[in-house]
Design a protein around this ligand. Sequence first.
Ligand SMILES: N[C@@H](CCC(=O)N[C@@H](CS)C(=O)NCC(=O)O)C(=O)O
Length: 205
Amino acid sequence: MLKIYGRANSINVRRVLWMADEIGIKYEREDWGRGYRPTDDPEFRKINPVGVVPVIDDGDFRLRESNTIVRYLAEKHGRTDLYPKDLKTRATIESWMDWSSTDFANGMRPVFHALVVKNPAFANQVEAGVKEWATQMKVLDQHLTAAGPYVMGKSFTIADIPVGLVVNRWFAIPFAKPEFKAVAAYYDLLTERPAYRAHGRNGMP
Ligand SMILES: N[C@@H](CCC(=O)N[C@@H](CS)C(=O)NCC(=O)O)C(=O)O
């Protein structure tokens, strides 16, 4: 059975859990990371020398990096509906996934650590973080307005997994935020999916 290492409240682990449930793969999960056994534990460093979750064991194959794991699972299980073979479509999906881990998450990170984790080191970064996050949220809002309702248009794809989890944090963390109508509609649309309700919009930022 697929094994997933990582705490279920990590945004990166949630990508893998959502994907596994989205395509109906059975898995077992072991808690590692903040609040559980630490990822600098030598036992975990043997699993992932980088010291972050998630990691999977798929039989004798070990893999790290959440977006890579999502793509691996899509490919392995033949889900070309979620990750089409067409080169340009695939590259566009990957560009949204990369954006979710970089530009889209850059503003989110300090806001989350200040307001949810309550790490005082981030306390004075909230205003700048919200500003940066809102700038990227506007990019998504304009994109969804022009080419939605999903990131890739008419159909749900794996691009929606990392994007949808950042969107959940936007709505689930209480702070004064501008309104983005297309993103709000997207949040509700994703909520129709049981796997998103389990691992995305599940009450946890
Ligand atoms: N690029 C990595 C980033 C993984 C990452 O930053 N994971 C965080 C949790 S979201 C982590 O392991 N933090 C240490 C901890 O939880 O103790 C991925 O996408 O898998």
